[in-house]
Design a protein around this ligand. Structure first.
Ligand code: PHE
Length: 290
């Protein structure tokens, strides 16, 4: 406005009269706006002196579900849609449910100190369960067939830690018992699960295997189109007649299949993590990516 007044001096007398009025209106208006804004700002400054709108904001870190928990939930959803219910059992088990009832011979090497955490107990031998399979026995003891359940939970092994082994991890067991259950149903169930989890276009490889509690037994490997490596995802098989008997079920009348997933392995395959220990180092920079 000051500059306009300077230019004003150079105008002719006629023009001065015309423009002068307008200039006065403008400068009055500007003064008024300046005055009222100043008062307004001064009032704001005294009434809320602790509010500084120029400071940078404080970022809140919002927690999220651990990727292992996400996998468990996702797997439960997939199996629920196939009609499986969810059951749980104790992490501190007796040797009977963890081994004997599952048809482990008394001298089976898997029982020895290498793999199992034994707990001292005067009355009988108590262990930290080495797998979720004892929940199968507890289920059979308590529920009449048909049984169709999955059993997620924490398991323990006396392992040396490395990039693929932990001493404490999670499994999801599955058990289906009814009349005339066949291996074809087991195969189809495992393949359906893997396709939902990893995509329609994965390749499968069923390998013959051994578990004391299933006969025949198999392991399933899958391969995605992004990788040329086969990856083992589950151990499974037809429930051994001795196991059905131990659970109080007549093997002449009923048959069934069982399977056991390692949740951390499934998570690693999903997240492309290359070291199982990263799941439990609780580094937010790693975990928040999933
Ligand atoms: N319990 C077996 C393991 O820990 C997995 C499994 C479960 C295999 C059920 C077959 C049937 O390795």
């Amino acid at each position: 406005i000051q500059q306009l007044f300077n230019l004003f001096k150079e105008l002719s007398t006629d023009k001065k009269r015309e423009v002068g009025k307008e200039l006065n209106v403008l400068s009055k208006y500007a003064e008024e706006v300046y005055r009222s804004t100043k008062i307004e700002l001064e009032e704001m400054a005294t009434s809320s002196s602790d509010l500084d709108l120029t400071l940078p904001g404080i970022q809140d870190f919002i927690g999220s579900e651990h990727s292992v928990r996400q996998t468990i939930k996702q797997m439960i959803e997939i199996f629920k849609k196939m009609g499986f219910s969810v059951a749980e059992g104790p992490e501190v088990e007796d040797e009977y449910h963890n081994f004997d009832a599952l048809n482990f011979p008394p001298n089976h090497p898997a029982r020895d100190m290498q793999d199992t955490f034994f707990i001292e107990n005067k009355f009988d031998t108590v262990v930290l369960r080495t797998h979720t399979s004892p929940v199968q026995i507890r289920m059979m003891e308590n529920v009449k067939p048909p049984i169709r359940a999955i059993m997620p939970g924490r398991v323990y092994r006396n392992e040396t830690l490395d990039s693929t082994h932990l001493a404490e991890f999670h499994q999801i067991e599955g058990l289906y018992i009814d009349k005339n259950v066949t291996m074809a149903e087991l195969k189809a169930t495992m393949m359906h699960f893997a396709r939902v989890m990893y995509g329609e276009d994965i390749e499968f490889r069923f390998r013959a295997s051994f578990f004391p509690f299933t006969e025949p037994s198999a392991e399933l490997d899958i391969r995605t189109k992004y990788s040329n490596k086969w990856m083992e995802i589950v151990g499974c098989g037809m429930v051994h007649p001795n196991v059905l008997k131990a659970g109080g079920i007549d093997p002449e009348e009923y048959s069934g299949y069982a399977f056991g997933f390692g949740v951390e392995r499934i998570t690693m395959a999903k997240t492309q993590l290359d070291d199982i220990r990263k799941l439990y180092e609780n580094d937010v920079r790693v975990l928040s990516q999933f």
